[in-house]
Design a protein around this ligand. Structure first.
Ligand SMILES: CC(C)(COP(=O)(O)OP(=O)(O)OC[C@H]1O[C@@H](n2cnc3c(N)ncnc32)[C@H](O)[C@@H]1OP(=O)(O)O)[C@@H](O)C(=O)NCCC(=O)NCCS
Length: 145
């Protein structure tokens, strides 16, 4: 249990299948839903392989935030970090990110990457405060398969 900056009692726990609907609702509210990857089947497979891959922040029964900590032996990623609008600016995003970084470190990751839209100024400001830096030397390339 952690107390947010405004005194909310926040629990952090691993995602389970029964969280699916609420998680999808919050991903949609945060404009982060990706219909290609955000499916019950994919989430199930992800947490079967690594139970700490999806970490949730909950206040009572209410979902306040989420983060995906994707470990691979090659690259590791922070994916889909988000906090419900009414819970923002209380330190919950920071706590989720710290937990995800720790989970990846425990798996053996030496560094992690994340993708964030260059237009998402709030998130860029947030990550900068958390000592994440953008890589000038890398361009992201993509192809529809
Ligand atoms: C980005 C996000 C996760 C931050 O969550 P949060 O719980 O509000 O963040 P915190 O309260 O832990 O804030 C941590 C620090 O970042 C700063 N910060 C948070 N939101 C900010 C914003 N909109 N603009 C500037 N700074 C911001 C806070 O001021 C705080 O700084 P401090 O420690 O000096 O006080 C949240 O705004 C969000 O869910 N956004 C929508 C989803 C999204 O864009 N996710 C990232 C893309 S992957």
């Amino acid at each position: 249990m952690n107390i947010s900056k405004t005194g909310a009692c926040m629990d952090f726990r691993n995602y389970k299948d029964s969280d699916f609907k609420e998680l999808i609702t919050l991903l949609k509210i945060n404009n982060s839903f990706d219909k290609m990857t955000d499916s019950r089947k994919i989430f199930k497979a992800l947490v079967k392989q690594n139970p700490e891959a999806i970490i949730l922040a909950v206040e009572g029964k209410k979902l306040a935030g989420y983060v995906f900590a994707i470990y691979t032996p090659f690259e590791s990623y922070i994916h889909h970090l988000g906090v419900a609008p009414e819970f923002r600016k209380q330190g919950i995003g920071s706590m989720l990110l710290a937990r995800a970084e720790k989970a990846l470190k425990c798996k053996g990751a030496k560094r992690a990457d994340l993708f964030v839209s260059s237009k998402n100024c709030p998130a860029l400001g947030f990550y900068k405060k958390k000592k994440w830096a953008w890589l000038e030397r890398v361009l992201v390339m993509e192809k529809e398969l």
